[in-house]
Design a protein around this ligand. Structure first.
Ligand code: SIN
Length: 275
């Protein structure tokens, strides 16, 4: 019996797959939902071309996978607090997501996934790079894995979010959340271990001295950035969608298209406390 017309085409051996044969604007059948969830668990980030979706349809697609997250520092468009606007043009001084990171890891319960719909892609440039954190962990030596297992790290947001998204000053106590998470987390669905420190939000390994923490974090962030064997790079077109699993993926938005326009919307799905 054919349950769905979905085709999943891996982008690289380590991470990423293009999914064909589904319209994300339509309500998902249970079979389609399962196929997409399986593809996400197998490939960590999945991509779709030629998807026209309203903001409501984008949110409905996200809600199929969990409750939606509201960004602590970025007010969404009017009536859509769950939408994060991704926009850059000739006036931009910075762009969201430049630098390797996992989304909002400063939250006590950071998002499980993010769904980015690019409406306007620049003619050239504006790719997003993705990195597999299972593979980043597994490619460390046994001794380094043992050293990192059981350590915890502080993830802070003020230095990332202050002055961004039009938020000039701290308005509420929870505008700039911070949280302590394991350096190595176990994925709640796959049971696999992955590195969970990132160059944007992670500021300190709690069990080490300041100098040791600085150097170990630097080593891990270099390892993630240089690990081209466990990365993929996605070339956007208008109406492409990427859906990544923040529990086992980091991403980096390349800002190499200034002064051209890149515009889209992100829906982010709530997650659990990392363990
Ligand atoms: C982000 O969600 O961090 C932005 C990703 C992108 O714009 O490609």
């Amino acid at each position: 019996m054919i349950l769905s017309n979905i085709r999943v085409k891996p982008l690289t051996a380590a991470i990423g797959a293009e999914v064909e044969g589904v319209s994300l604007a339509e309500p998902l059948s249970d079979a389609t939902f399962t196929a997409l969830h399986d593809a996400l668990m197998d490939h960590q980030v999945i991509f779709f071309r030629d998807q026209e979706m309203t903001l409501e349809q984008h949110k409905d697609f996200g809600r199929r996978f969990g409750d939606l997250h509201v960004h602590p520092a970025a007010p969404g468009p009017k009536g859509h607090p769950e939408i994060l606007v991704i926009h850059a043009d000739e006036k931009s001084k910075h762009v969201a997501g430049e630098g390797w990171h996992t989304d909002v890891s400063c939250d006590v319960e950071p998002p499980m996934g993010s769904i980015l719909h690019i409406h306007t892609a620049p003619e050239v440039g504006g790719d997003t790079l993705f990195s597999n954190m299972y593979a980043a962990y597994e490619s460390l030596s046994d001794r380094m894995q043992q050293f990192l297992d059981g350590l915890t790290a502080m993830h802070r947001s003020e230095h990332v979010h202050k002055g961004r998204y039009g938020l000039k000053e701290k308005l509420r106590d929870d505008d700039y959340p911070e949280a302590i998470h394991p350096v190595v987390r176990t994925h709640p669905v796959t049971g696999r271990k992955g590195l969970y420190v990132n160059a944007s939000f992670t500021t300190r390994i709690m069990e080490l001295s300041k100098a040791e923490s600085h150097d170990i974090l630097q080593m891990l962030c270099n390892h993630i950035a240089r690990g081209v064997q466990f990365q993929c790079r996605y070339r956007w077109e208008n109406n492409s969608v990427a859906f990544w699993d923040n529990r086992c993926v980091q991403h980096h938005a390349a800002w190499d298209y200034y002064p051209n326009v890149r515009h889209g919307y992100r829906v982010t799905i709530q997650g659990d406390r990392p363990v």
